[in-house]
Structure formats: C-alpha cells, structure tokens
Design a protein around this ligand. Structure first.
Ligand code: NAG
Ligand code: NAG
Ligand code: NAG
Ligand code: NAG
Ligand code: NAG
Length: 399
C-alpha cells in the first residue's frame, strides 16, 4: 500500500521531467530508476533555490543556499486587486468541463487566452494581478541575491479553485511565465510548502534517488492540519501527506475573511470582546478543521504572520486538549510554539517571521532539490566526477 503510493508520486513527478530522462530499466520493480540523459550543470548544483509563496493577502520570497542556509528575502503586501482576487477565488465553486458543450466553451476560453498571450498581454486580467505580485517578488529576490532569477517554485493557497487542472491555476502558471520566470515544478499547495518548510517528509539523501526512495519507505503518512493566520484572514486545510511532493493534494479547505487578526484593532465589537474573538477562532478551527476525527491529526502547521501569536497558540491548545495527541512530538513542537526549522532545530519560540516565511522556505527547499537532482531519473556515475572539473561543464553534457 505504502509502496504503491510512493511509486505513484515518483512517476507523477517525473512526468514533467521526461525531457531529462531515458527509460533504461523496464523491470517493473525498478522502473523509477531511469538514467538521466544529461548531467546537471555545476552552476545549477551550486545555484540557490528560490521559493515564492502566495498567500491570500501577500506574497513572500525565500532563498535556499547550497550550504543549507534558508534565508527569508521579502514580503510584498498584495494590492487591493490581489486581495480581492484571492477572496473571489475562495468563493468560486471549482469547475470541471464536463459535457461537450462545456468542453467547447473551455476550448474557446483557452483560445481567447492564447490570443491575449500572442499579443504580449496577460492572458486574463487575473494573470496581470498575479504577475505584478510575482514580478515584485522576483525584483526583491534579485536585489537580495545580486543576480537575475530565472526559475522558482511557487506555492499557492490551498483553495479548491487553485488545484492542478482547474481554470485558475492556469492564471498562476501564466503569471509566472509573464513575470519572465520558469516554474521548476507544478505549483505547490500552501500545506505542502509548509510541510517542507517545517522540514517534514524530506529525504536526507535527496541527490541519491535510490537512497531517497528507501528513506521514503520508512516515512509515515501524516494527517496534516495547516493553519494560515494573518491580519486579513484565517484559512485552514487538512490532508494526508507522506512527502510534500504529491501531485494532486485535494486538501479539505475552509477560510474566514472576517476573523483576520486586524479586526481586534479595527472592529469596535471585537475590540471590546477579545475573549469572544478568540473563542470564535477556536470554534472555527474545531468545526472546520477537526470535522473528522480530531484525534487522528498528526501534524499542525502554523503559517502566516500572526500564527505565532501566543493567544492564537493558546486557543489551539484548548482545541486539541483532551484529544490525547498533545504528547506527540509534532504537537509539543508546534503547540509549544517551537519548531524544527529547515532541519536545524530551533529551540526558541516561533517568531512572526518564522511562520510568515515558512511556506516560501519550503518552496525554496524544494526548488533547490529539483535543481540539484532532477526528479525521476538518476544521474550517470561520471557526472559527479565531471563536476569537479569546471572545464567539463562549460558545455552541456550529452550521453
Ligand atoms: C551560507 O551561504 C550564504 C550565502 O553565501 C551565507 O550568507 C551564509 O552565511 C552561509 N551560511 C553558513 C552557515 O555558512
Ligand atoms: C484579454 O485582455 C483584455 C485586455 O486586458 C481583457 O479585457 C480580456 O478579458 C482578456 N481576455 C480574457 C479571455 O481574459
Ligand atoms: C521590477 O523591476 C523592473 C526593472 O527594474 C521594473 O521595471 C518593474 O516595474 C519592477 N516591478 C515591480 C512589480 O516592482
Ligand atoms: C537580467 O535580466 C534583465 C532583464 O530582466 C536583462 O536585461 C539582463 O541582461 C539580465 N542580466 C543577466 C546577467 O543575465
Ligand atoms: C523579519 O524578516 C525581515 C526580512 O528578512 C527583516 O527585515 C525583519 O527585520 C525581520 N523581523 C524580525 C522581527 O526579525
């Protein structure tokens, strides 16, 4: 069961990397061990990985260096159009083209998008809004690094309308392209990026695809609840994850835009009744996030700039108290407000910056791994040796 799940994930991941892979072994048990058709250039192995996270109200960027350090780069507050777009995306029912008529309309819609793109315009007005955000993040990252950024991994809120295959994820994909960037892999949901940001479900030996595969066999599947809390909204998603790299996540999602942290300052009623505000937050999390067997939740991911707020963490402790899970290591990490960050255990309390940048850091970690080790194929033995010799890497290696 577990084995077949891992294989599916690997095969799915390798689909987009087929350009790099040649199927060598037809053996059913080893079919993931393809040999790559070329070596990863030395520059790419050493290049920092860049991750962007789009939240419902802002965007964040982080960089993962070759030495393992993950640095927060910048936060860009979303324009009014950006925030409204996210709000509407949360409201929109996700749609699949089903009958022939709907499929025809979908083709027409795609043709119109292509027409705009061929004129050098954003495919849709939404693409324009999203690409301004992505371009701003790119600009910040370029001035942080001091050189151009060409490829990224992007994470998006776990909204059902932003799933792979839906119309609006095309807007994100086109926006990345319009901002002059290449996406290293399909967009991650925030819950996946957060999982990676907290250092969960990641292989130690990610460059060695076989070792990584064996590590994955020992990984436990976790029932994950991600809470994203900032000044403007509280959203949550819940799903089962073994590694952050699953293709179609389909997390359960819920969001409330009237419970953002700012209402404690701006709303007269909540300002006078803060206890009631925190009670409402607790009810929302309990009703929407733990709707199914709260005691089976293994991991709680705190994301967003207000998620490390001590009052918020106290509410969470109340919600989960009595579920008998408070002793699990993840719980004691997360709910005591500490966490293992990017593989380095941070004994201090989580800060607002930690939770704010967590998803972008996870995306950056994954970007670094994808750059360094193409998913779905194994480098020929000589690649590592060749990389020691810079001359050999002035030209792209061909088998
Ligand atoms: C890792 O590299 C970055 C960029 O070169 C540098 O700023 C950072 O201090 C390094 N970290 C360690 C632990 O060496
Ligand atoms: C194409 O661009 C125009 C101008 O920005 C916009 O009004 C129109 O809605 C776009 N087409 C689609 C299919 O969104
Ligand atoms: C990004 O930088 C370019 C060039 O410096 C500039 O033209 C553009 O307006 C900037 N974009 C944003 C969104 O800040
Ligand atoms: C960086 O990108 C800008 C345009 O975005 C381009 O004009 C410039 O030549 C690039 N620099 C390098 C070193 O590639
Ligand atoms: C949060 O991170 C930003 C960007 O790196 C930095 O400028 C700011 O000082 C940090 N704030 C705190 C409280 O550490």
């Amino acid at each position: 069961m577990k084995q077949s799940f891992v294989c599916t994930a690997l095969v799915a991941c390798s689909n987009w990397a087929l350009g790099h892979a040649a199927a060598l072994q037809a053996d059913a048990h080893n079919y993931w061990l393809r040999l790559c058709t070329d070596c990863v250039p030395r520059e790419l192995v050493h290049a920092p990985g860049v991750g962007f996270s789009l939240s419902t109200s802002s965007g964040t960027a982080a960089v993962r260096f070759h030495n393992g350090t993950i640095a927060p780069v910048a936060r860009v507050v979303g324009s009014l159009e950006y925030q409204e777009l996210m709000f509407h995306l949360a409201d929109d029912p996700p749609s699949w083209p089903l009958n022939p008529w709907e499929r025809l309309k979908d083709e027409l819609r795609k043709a119109k998008r292509r027409l705009n793109k061929s004129r050098g315009l954003p495919a849709t007005p939404e693409v324009g809004t999203l690409s301004s955000m992505i371009e701003a993040l790119r600009n910040e990252t370029e001035s942080f690094l001091g050189h151009n950024v060409t490829s990224v991994v992007v994470s998006v809120p776990s909204l059902p309308t932003l799933r792979q295959g839906h119309e609006h994820i095309e807007d994100v994909q086109d926006a990345v392209e319009y901002a002059g960037l290449e996406a290293l892999r399909p967009e991650l949901e925030e819950i996946q990026a957060g999982f990676a940001g907290y250092g969960l479900g990641l292989c130690k030996h990610y460059v060695d695809i076989e070792a990584c595969y064996r590590e994955r066999l020992d990984m436990k599947m976790s029932d994950v609840l991600a809470l994203s809390y900032d000044r403007y909204s509280l959203t949550l998603s819940r799903t089962l994850l073994t590694t952050p790299l699953r293709q179609r996540v389909q997390a359960h999602f819920a969001g409330d835009w009237s419970l953002g942290r700012q209402v404690l300052d701006t709303d007269l009623y909540w300002r006078a009744h803060p206890t009631e505000y925190w009670g409402t937050i607790g009810e929302f999390i309990y009703n929407k996030g733990t709707y199914r067997r709260p005691e089976s939740i293994d991991v709680v991911l705190l994301l967003g700039e207000c998620a490390a707020d001590p009052d918020f963490i106290e509410v969470l402790q109340d919600v989960f108290r009595g579920s008998g899970r408070m002793t699990s290591p993840y719980y004691s990490h997360v709910l005591s407000g500490t966490a293992s960050l990017g593989g380095q255990t941070n004994q201090g309390r989580l800060s607002a910056n930690d939770t704010l940048y967590m998803a972008a850091k996870g995306a950056a970690e994954i970007a670094k791994r994808v750059q360094e080790a193409p998913p779905g194929c194994r480098e020929p033995e000589f690649c590592r040796g060749n990389r020691e010799d810079p001359e050999a890497f002035l030209v792209k290696q061909e088998l």
